[in-house]
Design a protein around this ligand. Sequence first.
Ligand SMILES: [Fe+2]
Length: 332
Amino acid sequence: MARPHIEPFCDRDVPFKKMTMKGFGSGMHYKMLSLDTDTGACSMTVQLDGGYRQPPGFSWSELELLVVEGELQLGNKTVGKGHYVFFPAGYAQPALASAKGCQLLMMYNTGEPSLVESDTHHPLCRTDRFHRTDSYNDIPWALGSITKPSTATGCMIKLLNFNDRTHALTFLYCMTPHYWQDNISYHDCAEESYHLWGDSWIMQFGTVPTGGYFWRPAYINHGAFASEQGCIALGRVDSKLFNHFHYNPWSTVDENQTRAAARIAERDPNLYQWMVSHAHNHPHGPEDFERTMARVGGAHEAAQPHPSQDFRHSHGGSDHEHGHGHTHDHQH
Ligand SMILES: [Fe+2]
């Protein structure tokens, strides 16, 4: 079960909880914004108390971090508001500390929060994916045209991360004061947003204030939009972003999905036919670190097997099992 639809929600409405998971320092508090209860992947607002320290270590999950308020010491570097870091799974994060306390967004994308003390990277880590940037100062605002058709003018972005395999994106976006867009959108991907400052308004869900958050699964209508004062937000999509625009506020998720599939049928008819045929048609992705990580961690930590490690699946009653990543040629 992927993350459920969370909208509207504002983190100011719930208290911080104490982080007690192994590996993290005391003085770490969190508000859970969204959580995949199968994988443990989650997004959190995090408060580090003044004097917080944690040793160098890696996470079994990919981790994105954004400084929202205050200052954070990343190893011997002090970073502030707007600093963004992408840690691939297994990447040895430097010692983390905050002398006076700070507030962060932390997004564990592929598994539950974890920290294994280590000053070396895990051997399977894709270290080349690590990057960080002072997003407020070092990236200019660009037109929101990371996808076409695009949002109305007045919505701009700073691209922070791109996943070359899934086309997932992380970006800052802003809306100018008195921004508006009159059509309705839905996408083939889940969409997430945290309002760092300001307000925006969505016809179906009302006003999103500072601290406002949503995790919106695919094909859910959203828009028209407006922003009174303007806003700046952290946005993410979990796969390729395409704006399906329309003007029918009553269409359902199923109808939107069918309409999206009709586009595929028109554009890639043979691929579409194969996808909807009853043949053996599920794709086999390449082996990669994010997918092997849970098992590697499980072996080391003697943890329970993760539900996602159960590779059995059903084809109308004839269950079978196969190793992922291997080709096979059985028939149904
Ligand atoms: Fe959207």
